[in-house]
Design a protein around this ligand. Structure first.
Ligand code: URP
Ligand code: ZN
Ligand code: ZN
Ligand code: ZN
Length: 478
């Protein structure tokens, strides 16, 4: 059992900040001490195995990215990060837990897929990992499986209102799954886009000769997101199930969520860095010498990047201040341009949907602190504490306090991180969606259950360090 002392830092929890030393004993935080404390007359620094000097730096609970898709089969290919490469990149970026999505396609058995995902992840992860379960085309057997999965610590289920024949469930199927969630206590997660409307718009665009990635955004308008978000809220209201709307990008969808919350409902929203920083005009409409107007494929994801002229990004930052949106995940779903995104050359609807950001979420959200959009405790709340509470991990994760797992990040506010320039990232992608972003701040040290796995930016961990997180029910419900 090793002991680690983090000295001289400013500890930031969601509840506030303070100067403190942190003692980690084995895998667990043993004490949060006044700076320079001795224990029973012993100078702590000379009695522990490792001392981490955090003077002038922030000491925060490790990031929790509650929305990732490692090696997910999708869009005619498979997401390019494995559990090994993706969790290593996450660790380097200050994330010490992920919650990844098990996929069940319509012809597959839910429990078979649950076991298959364990096989993919076991022994390969750099950091701890839990699972949500995707349910497609919900059938009776899937409803039964929901109860079994809740007992296994998979306490949240994602359903889709889009992707006909792939993920889509109709409203009746969604209603039945929500009824089950209301009974067994699971959080029901929704991909809220009106797929029928989108499918018509996509066909019309292609028939009119519009084939570039920009049209991915043009054919998934905010009305499709607002309408589906409203419908999901009504199904949640009818059944009493808690609703968590994933990857919210439209300001009108935010307003639907805010209105439901004002009525006292257990309705929650997640957004992602791409919806705070990137846009339809600048990224989906981009063009380059190498790719021409196909450049925008780098940023094809669903829900899509929204128009900056319409003000979605600004509204989304506001919603993080007001808690109309409660947390920020990445929806990390990486694909390379060569051999994957280029499946959609000449037809935007064939571009695999997804952006990779798992390495950059902590840094990108810290820029909200730098620019005065959010406070330091709110930063920690959005990237760690609320994800822990929302998905039944709080106490163990999401907080620096005695008894919590020793998942701690030392973050240097005076450091600097260049993202994606000359492929500096560690995600298994041949480009970065964040090319050219310059970050004020730096992830210096990452400790996962008491082991230093990142030391001044360098990875020191091993595949297999990470363990499966058997999650409890949500601790965030009203
Ligand atoms: O474009 C996206 N978001 N790809 C991942 C699948 C999903 O809908 O989350
Ligand atoms: Zn989705
Ligand atoms: Zn996703
Ligand atoms: Zn540094």
């Amino acid at each position: 059992m090793t002991t680690t002392l983090i000295t001289g830092g400013t500890v930031v929890n969601a509840t506030g900040t303070g100067q403190a030393d942190i003692l980690i004993d084995g895998e667990t935080i043993a004490a949060v001490l006044a700076p320079g404390s001795t224990l029973l007359g012993h100078d702590l620094a000379s009695s522990v195995d490792t001392v981490v000097d955090a003077a002038g730096k922030y000491v925060i609970p490790g990031g929790i990215d509650a929305h990732t898709h490692m090696q997910m089969p999708f869009g005619g290919t498979e997401a390019s990060d494995t559990f090994e490469t993706g969790t290593r990149a996450a660790a380097i970026g200050g994330t010490t837990s992920i919650v990844d999505f098990i996929v069940q396609y319509p012809d597959q058995n839910v429990l078979d897929q649950y076991h298959a995902w364990h096989e993919k992840a076991a022994g390969n992860c750099a950091i701890d990992y839990g699972f949500h379960q995707i349910l497609s085309d919900v059938q009776d057997s899937s409803l039964t499986a929901m109860d079994e999965l809740v007992a296994e610590g998979v306490t949240s289920f994602k359903l889709f209102m889009a992707y006909k024949g792939v993920f889509l469930s109709d409203d009746g199927q969604i209603l039945r799954a929500f009824q089950r969630g209301a009974e067994n206590g699971a959080v029901m997660m929704m991909h809220a886009e009106n797929g029928a409307m989108i499918d018509v718009l996509v066909k019309q665009a292609l028939d009119a000769g519009h084939t570039s990635p920009y049209w991915h955004g043009m054919t998934r308008p905010w009305q499709a997101e607002e309408e589906a978000t409203h419908r999901a809220i009504m199904i949640a209201d009818l059944t009493g199930a808690p609703l968590y709307v994933v990857h919210v990008s439209a300001k009108q969808a935010v307003d639907q969520i805010a209105a439901a919350r004002d009525r006292g409902m257990n309705v929650f929203g997640e957004t992602c860095p791409q919806y705070l920083y990137l846009s339809l005009e600048e990224q989906l409409g981009a063009s380059s010498d190498e790719w021409g107007d196909f450049e925008g494929a780098k940023w094809v994801c669903s829900t899509p990047l929204r128009s900056r002229a319409e003000g979605h990004q600004h509204h989304m930052w506001q919603s993080l201040r007001t808690n109309d949106i409660q947390m920020v995940s990445t929806d990390h779903c990486p694909f390379c341009m060569k051999g994957q995104k280029d499946l959609g050359l000449g037809d935007f609807s064939k571009i695999p949907n997804g952006i990779g950001s798992v390495e950059h979420r902590v840094d990108l959200m810290y820029q909200g602190v730098v620019t005065g959009k959010i406070s330091l405790p709110r930063w920690v709340e959005l990237i760690s504490t609320t994800p822990a509470r929302m998905f039944g991990l709080y106490g163990r994760k999401g907080v620096i306090q005695p008894g919590a797992d020793g998942d701690v990040v030392v973050y240097d506010p005076n450091g600097h991180t260049s993202i994606g320039v000359n492929k500096t990232h560690h995600m298994n992608m041949d480009y970065s969606a964040w090319e050219g972003f310059e970050i004020d701040g730096h992830v210096d040290t990452v400790i996962s259950r008491g082991r230093v796995i990142v030391d001044d930016g360098g990875y020191r961990g091993r595949a297999g360090d990470g363990q499966f997180l058997k999650r409890g029910l949500s601790q965030y419900l009203i």
